[in-house]
Design a protein around this ligand. Structure first.
Ligand code: B1M
Length: 212
């Protein structure tokens, strides 16, 4: 089996030690880090998502898979960030209130750092007030919000409404992302951009900073 398939398979089994070992091997074999991420780690996590949805596996299995995902991601992080250029703007990121999923948000943070942005990561379960308070204090030009639950995605609108209420939407731009959100939802709630994945998030933030 090719090494990326092995990474995906071991992530699926929640074997963090093996995922770490295989990720190290893949790096040694000079497989591009983006390929290890997309075709190894994320591919494995996608299978977990499908199986969880179909009730074929349960929460503890998902937790183990998340731990294995982090084992690989931590190894890739310095490589993804390596081509860092001088800071081109500050971005505050976080997962919205009530939502504990942070793997995708962390990936977006890693890619933004790699592209030269200064990233202030507020973690998960972030209240609308906190997003804005920190963005104002840090003079951030963009707020990036992640949501993985249909029950929490409306938290993004709360942030945008608060920005409008404080007349800050001209200075602080917003980008949203996460499995349940879409371009259409971004338009509906008045977000400035929608990132489909971590690569498109970087492109969007670059554009937002140019126009803001
Ligand atoms: Co949860 N979970 N989970 N989970 N979980 C989902 C999201 C779910 C779709 C699974 C399913 O049913 N198929 C489902 C949501 C259903 C819905 O809302 N319609 C679900 C559920 C129900 C739950 C619980 C409610 C389960 C329960 O307790 N009964 C619970 C909720 C807890 C809470 O948040 N309050 C829960 C808990 C968990 C764990 C803690 C076990 C774990 C999270 C661990 C962690 O994050 N540290 C977990 C996981 C791992 C998942 C799945 C399997 C994988 C998510 C993931 O990390 N994907 C997920 C299934 C799925 O998404 N298919 C699922 C990999 C990651 C790289 O992708 O996060 O999509 P993603 O990020 C992508 C893009 O979306 C985008 O870029 C990233 C890279 O490409 N992106 C952005 C993300 N944020 C962005 C921001 C941007 C731009 C792009 O700009 C700022």
């Amino acid at each position: 089996m090719d090494i990326l398939k092995q990474i995906a398979e071991n992530l699926r089994q929640g074997n963090d030690k093996k995922v770490l070992e295989l990720t190290k091997q893949a790096i040694k074999q000079k497989i591009p880090s983006k390929e290890i991420l997309d075709n190894g780690l994320i591919a494995g996590m996608n299978v977990i998502g499908e199986k969880f949805k179909a009730h074929e596996i349960f929460l503890p299995d998902v937790l183990l898979a998340a731990r294995a995902m982090y084992a690989g991601m931590d190894e890739l992080k310095p490589i993804l960030i390596k081509e860092r250029v001088p800071t081109i703007g500050k971005v505050v990121i976080g997962t919205v209130q009530g939502d504990l999923h942070d793997i995708g948000k962390n990936l977006v943070g890693i890619m933004l750092k790699g592209a030269g942005f200064e990233v202030i990561d507020l973690g998960n379960d972030v209240s609308p007030e906190r997003f804005i308070e920190v963005a104002k204090k840090e003079n951030a030009r963009v707020i990036g919000m992640s949501a993985l639950l249909t029950t929490t995605m409306l938290g993004m609108k709360k942030v945008i409404d608060l920005l409008n209420k404080q007349s800050l939407s001209g200075e602080i731009k917003t980008i949203i992302g996460g499995a349940p959100v879409s371009e259409e939802f971004a338009r509906e709630i008045g977000a400035d951009a929608y990132g489909y994945d971590s690569t498109s998030a970087v492109e969007c933030v670059k554009k937002l900073i140019k126009i803001s």
